[in-house]
Design a protein around this ligand. Structure first.
Ligand SMILES: Nc1ncnc2c1ncn2[C@@H]1O[C@H](COP(=O)(O)OP(=O)(O)O)[C@@H](O)[C@H]1O
Ligand SMILES: [Mg+2]
Length: 510
């Protein structure tokens, strides 16, 4: 790697727009032969989108891609592979019932008419030996660990002769031991002249393996730097930026009251038996917003489900105002005044084919005043109630009896809040409440959460958006690997760097 660097690919001025919003804006990116070039950035920064453009999955709306100095057109993944570019996605795309070798040749453009299995296997073995990608070619994919499946995906690309390998968050599915092995493979590949693009959040790991790094923020490139000599703090700062406003929407904050909601030493195993939550303890006061930050998949979803009563933890407890409610059903949580605003509004929160009125009735239907006697619903009351909520929350609807599927994202969320935030709400658990909303609707949601806090509710706000968290939260707990990696009190703009490090699993500042 001391000889002059050969540029494998160049991207210039890449724009990619989804629904009128730039996922990438004017991004330049170069990859040299023999380097690991990492792309860093917060969730939603546009990392995957940029590389999807290079891998022929998306066509950029503007900009050009050059290979060996020549412009190329990459309308589909096959075109990218033909140009020596392969991508391994966050979610693997293997067929579980097929063997490793079958998966590797699947989709090859020049599949021979007569398949010579021995020859294919011999070639796979040769590639695995060369790069240290140990896997049995005759094993069925479903029998493999996640780490092995990742190796198959990489083998699949190398088998196709790709020179440029793009890996999207590859270490997020690996154990530390597997990561070490994986890095050895990467070193073997760059030594053989390949260029590797590594997308990741984990700053510490990136530093170890990268030659250069590019930081994206909100779709734009912040910097491209040599990794040597750069500090974690500098990277974290580039990722989150200086420009976070950090100002609270309400100046005079109410003093938080008594502790209302407590979860203590919550542990939970996921479907594969791995620990999704490890002894998580949190407490929230009335009149307080506790923010929960973290990179996707670090246990936030599971924690949220436990706190909302949708899932029982394997151990640990949840209590409200001193009463243990750990193993009560979701209905019991609702009756205790716990409201849940899920990220998936249509799937979990609202029923798309039911009307506005019915959706509002969903929560309170089995008790007065919505219920009349034990058998009847008081529809006149419910309709009036719904009309009032819709007016208060400024939900734009064609008709109270229209199915909610016709509502826009912002209006769905307003409807959701109008149902979930009431006078009797003691605890609000809001999961990505502004995800996918436009600025106006997002601000509306923020205001309502702040109002609920002023009214004395204990609010837990789970979000990937650090700006949202720092501007609303009284405290921020950061999750990493199913644990709370740290808590930042009274977060300021200046704490963003610290939060960024905690999100990357770095507890102690170097
Ligand atoms: N297929 C898509 N349709 C609509 N929006 C998308 C699509 N893919 C990505 N986006 C949006 O583009 C932005 C960047 O996303 P992405 O590139 O996945 O970010 P990252 O990989 O950095 O987390 C996000 O706001 C995301 O919601
Ligand atoms: Mg991504």
């Amino acid at each position: 790697m001391t000889e002059t660097k050969k540029t494998l690919v160049s991207m210039r001025g890449i724009d990619k727009i989804f629904y009128g919003r730039h996922a990438n804006r004017g991004v330049d990116f170069d990859l040299f032969a023999g380097e690991v070039h990492s792309i860093l950035g917060e969730n939603g920064a546009g990392k995957t989108t940029l590389m999807n453009c290079l891998a022929g999955i998306y066509l950029p709306d503007a900009g050009s891609i050059y290979i060996g100095g020549e412009p190329v057109f990459l309308p589909n993944p096959k075109a990218a592979i033909d140009n020596g570019i392969g991508m391994v996605h966050q979610h693997f795309m293997l067929v579980p019932v097929f063997t490793v070798w079958e998966n590797i040749i699947l989709g090859l453009s020049d599949i021979p008419l007569v398949i010579n299995k021995e020859e294919i296997i011999a070639r796979i073995r040769e590639i695995s030996d060369r790069y240290g990608l140990a896997v049995n070619p005759e094993a069925k994919v479903w029998q493999l660990s996640i780490g092995e499946q990742q190796r198959v995906e990489i083998l699949k690309m190398l088998y196709r002769g790709t020179k440029v390998l793009i890996l999207d968050e590859p270490t997020s599915v690996l154990t530390p031991q597997e990561t070490r092995e994986f890095f050895k493979t990467l070193k073997n590949m760059v030594a053989a002249g390949h260029g590797i693009v590594l997308i990741s959040h984990k700053i510490e790991e990136i530093m170890e393996i990268s030659d250069r790094l590019t930081v994206l923020r909100r779709g734009e490139r912040v910097a491209t730097r040599r990794a040597a000599g750069i500090s974690k703090e500098e990277i974290a700062e580039m990722m989150v930026g200086h420009c976070l406003e950090g100002a609270s929407l309400s100046e005079e904050r109410r003093e938080p009251g008594e502790v209302v909601f407590v979860c203590s030493r919550i542990s939970l195993k996921d479907e594969r038996g791995a620990a999704a939550l490890k002894e998580v303890s949190l407490s929230v006061r009335g009149g307080e917003i506790l923010g929960i930050a973290g990179v996707d998949g670090n246990g936030q979803d599971e924690l949220c489900e436990v706190l909302a009563g949708l899932r029982s933890p394997d151990s640990g407890s949840v209590s409200i105002e001193g009463n243990d409610i750990t193993h009560q059903r979701a209905r019991g949580y609702i009756e205790k005044g716990i409201s849940y605003i899920p990220a998936d509004r249509k799937g979990v929160g609202l029923v798309a084919n039911m009307s506005v009125v019915e959706n509002i009735a969903l929560k309170g239907y089995c008790r007065p005043p919505m219920e009349r006697g034990r058998l009847f619903m008081d529809w006149a009351y419910i309709t009036d109630f719904a009309a009032e909520r819709v007016k208060d929350y400024d939900v734009q609807i064609p008709d109270l009896f229209a199915p909610v599927r016709v509502l826009s994202g912002g209006n769905l969320q307003k409807l959701m809040l109008s149902r979930e935030i009431t006078d009797t709400t003691k605890v609000i658990i809001a999961m990505q409440p502004t995800w996918g909303l436009d600025v106006g609707a997002a601000e509306f949601v923020h205001k309502r959460l702040l109002e609920a806090r002023e009214a004395g509710a204990a609010v837990i706000l789970i979000s990937k958006d650090l700006q949202e968290l720092t501007s609303l939260s009284d405290r921020i707990a950061v999750m990493y690997g199913g644990e709370i990696s740290g808590v930042v009190e009274g977060p300021q703009k200046t704490d963003v760097e610290k939060i960024g490090l905690l999100m990357a699993g770095i507890r102690e500042r170097a």
